[in-house]
Design a protein around this ligand. Structure first.
Ligand SMILES: Nc1ncnc2c1ncn2[C@@H]1O[C@H](COP(=O)(O)OP(=O)(O)OP(=O)(O)O)[C@@H](O)[C@H]1O
Length: 741
C-alpha cells in the first residue's frame, strides 16, 4: 500500500449515497486522479491517501484509494479554493476572496474560533456570520468523524452509513456503545461492531457486549430458519463466539428477558429462547389461525354440492374426491390447507373455489409470496393475483423501517384470501398476513409441503399440517400423468423414495453418468453451451437454468457461473464490466436479485410506466454499465429496467447457475443439475425434488447414479427449531379447558 499527500483540486463525481468519489488532486507539480470511497472531501482540503496505482482501460493511471485522511487547507490558495467551492453555506467565490484578503492564513481559525469577526467583511451581517460558522463547524466535524471511524478500522463506505444514521452524534454514540451499530444499521453486524469495540478498548467482559453477542447468535440462527434456540445450545454458541464463561451469558439472557428483547418458553427438554419478533410472530400466528378456523359463517354445504356439480358439468371436468373435499371445505370452514405435489390438481381446485365463493357473493383475493408465483397464479386462474407484500401495502421509510399499511387497524377489504406456494411463506410474513385478516374471513392455503421450506425462519406449512388443528386436504392423485412427460411422474417417484425413470426414448428426463467433479462440470458446460442449444434449439441464456446443490466446489454455483460466463458471455472490447469482489458483472450477463428489495424503482422500457420492487430470485440481464455515473442497469421480464448503484451490487449475483434454494418458486424450460457427493443435510431428497419440479420441459442430471440414489434415500429434513405446531395444539387445549369451566 502506498501513501500520497495531495490537495483536492476538483471533485469530478461523488455518489451521495455511498461516498464513492472521483477527484483530481494536486500532487507536487502534477495533477492526478484518485478514485474510491472518500465521502465529504472538499476542494482545497489536504489529503493523505492510502492505496495503489491502477491502470484503467479508458481513464489511464489512477490512484485507487483504500483509506484516507483529510485536513483543513493551510496555504492561501488552498483556503480560497476550499471556501469558494460551495461547501460552506453562505460563501461563494467573491466572499471567499474577500475573506482571504482580509484574514490571510488565519481565515479558517477566525471562522472556527472567532466567527463574530466575519462581520468585518462588507456584506456579512451577524446572522450570515453565524450561518457560515455553523456550516464550517459541520465540515470540521465530518472530517473528524471520518478520521475517528477509519482509525478504528471502519472502511469509508461503512463510515457513510454510520454517519447517515447518527449524524453529529456519531462519535459520542459509538464511543459509548459501538454495538448499537449492529442493531441500528443494515449491513453492519456484530463482528464489525466488536472489532471497533476492541479498538476502542471496550472491556471484552462488558455485559453489553455479551448481551449483544448473544442476540447476534439468535439472529444468525433465524437466518438458518430457526425461530428459537434451546437455551443450552444458545449458551454454548454464545460462549464460543464471545470467549466468556457460561455465567456471563446466563446473566445476559436474564437481562435481555427483563428488557423483553428475548422471551423464554418452558419446554420439557430445555427452555426455548426467542428473539422478540419471532416470539410475537409465532404466538400471533397460532392464536389468529385458531380464531379464523373457528369463526366463520357456515355456508350451506348441501347447496354447495349442487352448485359444484353444475360448475364441473359446465367446465367438463369431474373432480376427484379429495379435490371435491378441498373445495367444499374451503367454503364451509374458516381455513383449509390444500397440499399436493405437481399435477395433483391444486390449481383446478382453486379455480372451483373462486367460482363458488364468487357465486356466494364473497369477495376473494389471490396472493402468493413471490412476484413469479403471483404471476403464475394469475395465468392459471385468469384472476389478478399479487404478492403478499403488495396485498398488505408494504412501505419502507427511514424512520419506521418496514411496515404494512394493511394490519389489524386497517384490515383487508375482502371475504376470502387464497394463498398459493405457501411453503415459501415464513413466520413473519404469515403473521403480517393474518394481522390484516378480520375474524370471519376465509383463508385457503395452497402449497406443496415436500418442497424445501421457506428461506426465512419457521416451518409454517409443515407445522400447520402437523398440528392436526386446521383442516388439511392432501391431493395425491396425479392428473398431469404423462404419456409423453416423465418430469411429473419422476418428481412423484423421487418424493416416494423411488429412482426416477431416466433416458426413456424421446423422453424429457435424462441422466448423463459422469465420474468426478471435473468431468461433471465439463459436461454441464457442454450441455448448456453446445448440445442442448444445437439438438433442441434452446437459447442457453434464456431457457436453460443450471441448479447446483452447493455454492462452493468445482461443480458449485460460483465456479459454474465463472465457467459459463466465460463461454456464453466472454469479455470483449465493446462490453463494459464491473467487478465486485471475485465476481465480474459484464454487459449481457444473466443475473439474479438475491434479496427482496421492495423500494427499488423500475421503469418499463416501453411506455415508461414506473413501479417499485425487485424480489429475491428475479432473473434479468445486464443492459448497461455506466462507469461515469457508477451504476448498472438490469432488464427484468424483458421490459422492466432497474438501475443499481455500484454500491448496491451486493444485491445481484450471476445467474447462469443458481442454488436449488434460490430456485424455489421459479420455473424454467430446462433444468440441468450436477449430482455430486456432499454433506447429507444438503444432498437430500427434498432438494432434488425441488430442483426437478422447477423444470417445465426437460431435466438433465449429470453425475453418478450412486449419488442420485443416496440423495433419494436420504429423506432427512433439516430440523428447524420452530414452535408453531405445539403452540397451535396449546391454543386448542387452552380453549377447550376454558369451555369446560
Ligand atoms: N379431476 C381432474 N380430472 C382430470 N384432469 C384433471 C383433474 N384435475 C386436474 N386435472 C388436470 O391435470 C393437470 C394438472 O392440474 P393442476 O394444474 O390443477 O395441478 P397443480 O397441482 O396445480 O399442478 P402444479 O402444481 O404442477 O401447477 C391439468 O391439465 C388439469 O386440467
Amino acid at each position: 500500500m502506498q501513501e500520497i499527500e495531495c490537495r483536492a483540486e476538483n471533485i469530478v463525481y461523488t455518489n451521495e449515497a455511498n461516498g464513492f468519489t472521483v477527484l483530481e488532486a494536486r500532487w507536487g507539480k502534477k495533477i492526478m486522479t484518485a478514485v474510491g470511497y472518500m465521502p465529504y472531501v472538499a476542494v482545497g482540503e489536504q489529503l493523505l491517501l492510502r492505496g495503489q496505482w491502477v491502470l484503467h482501460p479508458d481513464y489511464g493511471q489512477q490512484f485507487k484509494v483504500e483509506s484516507y485522511e483529510s485536513y483543513k487547507p493551510t496555504d492561501l490558495k488552498g483556503i480560497e479554493r476550499y471556501l469558494a467551492s460551495g461547501m460552506i453555506a453562505g460563501i461563494g467565490p467573491s466572499t471567499a476572496k474577500k475573506l482571504v484578503q482580509h484574514f490571510g492564513e488565519k481565515t479558517l481559525d477566525v471562522m472556527q474560533c472567532d466567527p463574530d469577526r466575519l462581520t468585518e467583511i462588507e456584506g456579512i451581517g451577524k446572522s450570515k456570520a453565524e450561518k457560515i460558522a455553523a456550516s464550517f463547524a459541520k465540515q470540521a466535524e465530518l472530517r473528524q468523524v471520518m478520521v475517528f471511524l477509519q482509525s478504528h478500522g471502519i472502511t469509508p463506505s461503512y463510515a457513510v452509513k454510520i454517519y447517515n444514521q447518527y449524524g453529529t452524534e456519531t462519535q459520542r454514540v459509538l464511543s459509548e456503545n459501538p454495538y448499537r451499530m449492529a442493531e441500528d444499521i443494515y449491513g453492519i453486524g456484530f463482528k464489525t461492531a466488536d472489532r471497533m469495540a476492541q479498538s476502542l478498548g471496550i472491556d471484552r467482559m462488558s455485559p453489553y457486549r455479551v448481551a449483544c453477542g448473544t442476540k447476534y447468535v439468535l439472529s444468525q440462527a433465524s437466518n438458518e430458519g430457526h425461530t428459537f434456540l434451546p437455551r443450552s445450545l444458545l449458551i454454548e454458541k454464545a460462549v464460543a463466539l464471545l470467549e466468556v464463561d457460561n455465567d456471563m451469558v446466563s446473566s445476559a439472557l436474564t437481562a435481555l428477558a427483563i428488557s423483553r428483547d428475548i422471551f423464554f418458553e418452558p419446554d420439557q427438554e430445555d427452555t426455548r429462547v426467542y428473539l422478540a419478533p419471532f416470539y410475537y410472530a409465532e404466538t400471533g400466528v397460532a392464536a389468529k389461525l385458531y380464531s379464523l378456523a373457528s369463526g366463520v359463517d357456515v355456508c350451506d354445504a348441501a347447496g354447495l354440492e349442487e352448485r359444484l356439480k353444475a360448475i364441473q358439468k359446465e367446465q367438463g371436468i369431474i373432480l376427484a374426491e379429495q379435490q371435491r373435499k378441498a373445495v367444499i371445505t374451503a367454503l364451509t370452514e374458516g381455513i383449509v390447507v390444500i397440499t399436493g405435489g405437481p399435477g395433483t390438481g391444486k390449481t383446478t381446485a382453486i379455480n372451483c373455489i373462486i367460482r363458488l365463493m364468487m357465486e356466494q357473493g364473497l369477495k376473494v383475493v389471490l396472493t402468493a409470496p413471490t412476484g413469479r408465483a403471483a404471476k403464475r397464479m394469475t395465468q392459471a386462474t385468469g384472476y389478478d393475483a399479487m404478492t403478499i407484500h403488495r396485498l398488505l401495502e408494504y412501505t419502507f421509510s427511514e424512520d419506521e423501517g418496514d411496515s404494512f399499511q394493511r394490519n389489524e387497524k386497517k384490515p383487508l377489504e375482502c371475504d376470502a384470501v387464497i394463498v398459493d406456494e405457501v411453503s415459501m411463506v415464513d413466520i413473519i410474513l404469515m403473521h403480517n398476513l393474518l394481522k390484516a385478516m378480520r375474524s370471519g374471513m376465509r383463508l385457503v392455503l395452497v402449497g406443496d409441503a415436500d418442497q424445501l421450506p421457506s428461506v426465512g425462519p419457521g416451518n409454517v406449512l409443515r407445522d400447520i399440517i402437523g398440528s392436526d388443528i386446521i383442516p388439511v386436504v392432501k391431493l395425491e392423485q396425479v392428473f398431469r400423468q404423462a404419456s409423453h412427460s416423465m418430469i411429473v411422474t419422476n418428481a412423484h417417484r423421487i418424493n416416494h423414495g423411488q429412482m426416477p425413470y431416466i433416458n426413456v426414448k424421446d423422453g424429457d428426463f435424462f441422466m448423463e453418468v459422469k465420474e468426478g467433479q471435473n468431468q461433471i462440470m465439463q459436461t454441464v458446460i457442454q450441455l448448456c453451451t453446445q448440445r442442448l442449444p444445437s439438438y433442441y434449439g434452446y437459447d442457453p441464456l434464456k431457457d436453460i437454468q443450471v441448479l447446483s446443490p452447493m455454492k462452493k466446489g468445482v461443480a458449485g454455483v460460483w465456479n459454474l457461473n465463472a465457467q459459463l460466463q466465460q463461454r456464453l458471455n466472454p469479455p470483449a472490447p465493446h462490453k463494459p464490466e464491473r467487478s465486485v469482489g471475485e465476481i465480474i458483472f459484464r454487459l449481457g450477463d444473466r443475473v439474479m436479485q438475491i434479496k427482496n428489495d421492495y423500494n427499488v424503482l423500475w421503469q418499463k422500457r416501453e411506455g415508461g410506466e414506473e413501479g417499485q420492487g425487485v424480489f429475491n430470485g428475479d432473473v434479468g440481464y445486464i443492459a448497461h454499465i455506466n462507469d461515469e455515473e457508477q451504476c448498472l442497469t438490469v432488464l427484468f421480464d424483458d421490459d422492466k429496467e432497474v438501475v443499481y448503484d455500484f454500491g448496491q451490487l451486493d444485491e445481484l449475483q450471476l445467474a447462469y447457475a443458481i442454488s436449488v434454494h434460490k430456485s424455489q418458486g421459479s420455473e424454467f424450460p430446462v433444468v440441468v443439475m450436477p449430482i455430486v457427493s456432499g454433506p447429507p443435510m444438503l444432498m437430500a431428497r427434498n432438494l432434488l425434488y425441488t430442483a426437478v419440479t422447477r423444470a417445465k420441459e426437460l431435466v438433465v442430471l449429470v453425475g453418478r447414479s450412486e449419488h442420485l440414489r443416496s440423495m433419494i434415500n436420504n429423506d432427512f429434513v433439516v430440523q428447524r427449531y420452530s414452535g408453531l405446531k405445539e403452540r397451535l395444539c396449546a391454543v386448542k387445549a387452552a380453549v377447550a379447558a376454558a369451555e369446560r369451566l
